[in-house]
Design a protein around this ligand. Structure first.
Ligand SMILES: Cc1cc2nc3c(=O)[nH]c(=O)nc-3n(C[C@H](O)[C@H](O)[C@H](O)COP(=O)(O)O)c2cc1C
Length: 188
């Protein structure tokens, strides 16, 4: 399986790092990574990672301005793309088909080729513009999965929340994960 991972400059870049770590453990997955300049800033501001460390987690890494990269073309077969975390700027770019950088182009290609595109938009609260862009993209076949907190698995800490969101992404790509299922409440 070939998967494109796009990291943009929204809060929560650690989600992408954890996803890349998990994908690295799955032998059958080949990862193609794009990190925007915005993401470089949030990596610096929110984490102790340097981008070199993160790049090493992927099989292929592209400069965000490398418009002649393989993943810019529909002829290069990929199984899908996840943008995590996804800024409102990148969301707007994808929703309007404005392929100003490689990440936007790769997402645009996924939509035009009818390939899976999973967006993890992060902002709070969402404006009408954000919601409109999300609706537009959902109508075009993208999966919109904001990283909302989940409580049914009684998370002990932030790592458990992160793990749950990453599991959910893996599950949406039919990849191995260890997400706890909700089995319903026993009736009395
Ligand atoms: C520390 C930090 C946190 C940010 N968090 C968010 C966020 O959660 N959501 C968002 O849409 N933009 C956020 N931004 C703003 C984006 O990084 C900015 O709009 C940037 O131009 C996005 O570019 P990109 O989509 O190409 O990465 C944040 C910026 C910084 C510096």
């Amino acid at each position: 399986m070939r998967l494109i991972v796009g990291m943009t400059g929204a809060s929560g870049v650690v989600l992408a790092v954890e996803l890349l770590r998990r994908l690295k453990e799955i032998e059958s997955v080949e990862t193609h990574l794009i990190i925007t300049e915005g993401a470089e800033l949030t990596i610096r501001d929110e984490t102790d990672f340097d981008t070199f460390e993160i790049r090493r987690l992927a099989d292929y890494v592209y400069d965000v301005n490398q418009m002649d990269a393989s993943i810019a073309s529909g002829s290069f077969l990929v199984d899908g793309m996840v943008v995590v975390p996804c800024t409102m700027k990148t969301l707007a770019g994808i929703a309007s088909g404005y392929c100003e950088n490689l990440l936007l182009r790769a997402a645009d290609v996924c939509l035009k080729e009818n390939r899976k595109l999973l967006l993890v938009p992060r902002e709070m609260p969402f404006s009408r513009i954000h919601l409109r862009n999300m609706k537009e993209l959902a109508d075009c076949g993208a999966i919109i999965m904001p990283p909302v907190m989940t409580f049914y698995h009684t998370p002990a800490n932030l790592d458990a929340q992160i793990n749950h969101i990453v599991n959910k992404i893996l599950r949406l790509f039919n990849l191995p994960e260890d997400m706890r299922e909700w089995r319903g409440v026993e009736s009395k």
